[in-house]
Design a protein around this ligand. Structure first.
Ligand code: FAD
Length: 395
């Protein structure tokens, strides 16, 4: 595809955020080039939860039904305790009056990426280039360019850095990534073990509070995924030792049989938000702009919401239906959500599950009881947990 430099938007990174923005530009007939370092779309296991507003947003590309057909519909989620079982269950169908998809969808994020690439390719104005690693960016008052590791340079009118947590674009802009790193690492173990047949009343999304070892137990289409915190000072060979992993799983549910382990992933978790979401003609979205712990499943979802906000504005500016000044509204609309909403909820979720302070444990359990018993409080809680409140749905 031959483009004049000034006609296109450059997007660095073909993850959920970059591809969502690219889909919006493709839908509007805007020229864009997506630059992706990997030789093909990564299919590693990462996010597996889509919240109701995200599913509704993605509907316009015709991908939501496809994802629903490939995933698991989870209308409920639970907080549990190792000893007593279910502490509280929340039902998203109570929000059916304010959203069209009142459930969490458990589906691997790479399936979204594959579906978005198909949609983008069907439109014909966006070029997705794999094996295109961006090493630097430069900008002037009327254009921006990206340099690839091959030495090639591409020009555009605007550039979106959706290149993940270690964002080269954010580094090139010199924008601090403020926040902290949790002391523990997180281990995700995928297993074929049928927990749903063995544990009473389990649903597809379960958070277990425990002062000694909290964890979460989520079902993805092919496996159950159990996420445990692990001491970051433990060596990887100890963490991945098969007998240690079996012991951890046996503490989730004691069984005579050996657990079949399909995958293990270890990763560090941070709570960080970029000090700025834009500089000149360059913008940040997704993990390049904010990262958080996975308790609540808000990382990928928040990145897709960023991409919808910015992508719609870029499409409007590029097609001449809005003035460039509309782009100035992106940061004030999205950054406070990462800072005050996603950070607040995910940090509180983690503290509630891990606390070993007896008074705090009691207060958490009392709060869950109160929310479940009180319809008004339950609604506020569900609107926040589903991320609808972050998009202005408060009633
Ligand atoms: C184990 C795990 C579980 C998770 N679970 C959840 C969950 O349940 N719910 C949730 O919402 N979130 C979850 N997350 C977080 C979620 O995966 C991320 O928030 C999401 O992937 C961010 O999307 P993104 O598009 O911003 O970035 P990414 O998905 O990281 O995509 C960035 C892309 O940019 C490319 N790239 C990087 N550098 C360059 C470069 N220099 N040049 C060109 N390309 C480049 C990368 O190859 C990559 O394809 C989880 C994360 C992990 C690790």
């Amino acid at each position: 595809m031959k483009l004049k430099s000034t006609e296109q938007v450059l997007i660095v990174g073909a993850g959920p955020a970059g591809l969502t923005a690219a889909a919006l530009l493709a839908e509007a007939g805007v020229f864009a080039t997506v630059l992706e370092a990997e030789p093909e779309l990564p299919t590693n296991l990462r996010a597996s939860t889509f919240h109701p507003p995200t599913l509704e947003m993605l509907d316009r590309f015709g991908v939501t039904d496809l994802l629903v057909s490939q995933g698991l519909v989870a209308p409920t989620f639970q907080f549990r305790d190792r000893s007593v079982g279910k502490l509280a269950e929340f039902d998203l169908t109570e929000l059916a009056d304010v959203c069209t998809r009142p459930f969490r969808l458990q589906c691997e994020q790479y399936k979204l990426n594959l579906a978005l690439v198909d949609y983008i390719n069907s439109k014909g104005t966006v070029d997705i280039r794999f094996g295109a690693k961006v090493t630097g960016i430069q900008q002037s008052s009327n254009s921006v360019s990206a340099t690839l590791s091959s030495g090639e340079r591409l020009d555009g009118q605007y550039l979106l850095g959706s290149d993940g947590a270690k964002s080269v674009v954010r580094h090139a802009l010199g924008i601090p990534f403020e926040g902290f790193t949790w002391p523990e690492a997180f281990l995700v173990v995928s297993t074929t073990f049928p927990f749903e047949e063995k544990m009473d009343d389990l649903c597809w999304v379960n958070y277990f509070a425990d002062p000694e070892e909290w964890f979460f137990l989520l079902r993805a289409p092919d496996f159950w995924r159990v996420m445990f915190p692990v001491d970051a000072n433990t060596t990887e060979s100890e963490i991945f030792d098969p007998s240690t992993i079996q012991l951890r799983l046996q503490r989730v549910f004691k069984t005579a049989a050996e657990y079949e382990v399909a995958h293990t992933t270890l990763y560090r978790v941070h709570q960080r938000v970029a000090k700025q979401y834009s500089k000149g003609r360059v913008f940040l979205a997704g993990d390049a702009a904010h990262i958080n712990n996975p308790l609540g499943g808000m990382g990928m979802n928040g990145g897709i919401h960023d991409a919808f906000n910015l992508g719609s504005k870029l499409a409007a500016v590029m097609t001449g239906s809005a003035k460039p000044s509309v782009l100035d509204t992106y940061e004030p609309e999205r950054r406070p959500i990462a800072l005050e909403y996603v950070n607040e909820i995910t940090i509180r979720n983690k503290r509630n599950l891990e606390t070993n302070d007896l008074a705090e444990q009691k207060a958490f359990r009392a709060m869950l009881k109160e929310i479940t018993m009180n319809p008004a409080k339950r609604r506020i809680y569900l609107l926040r947990a589903s991320m609808l409140a972050s998009l202005g749905v408060h009633q």
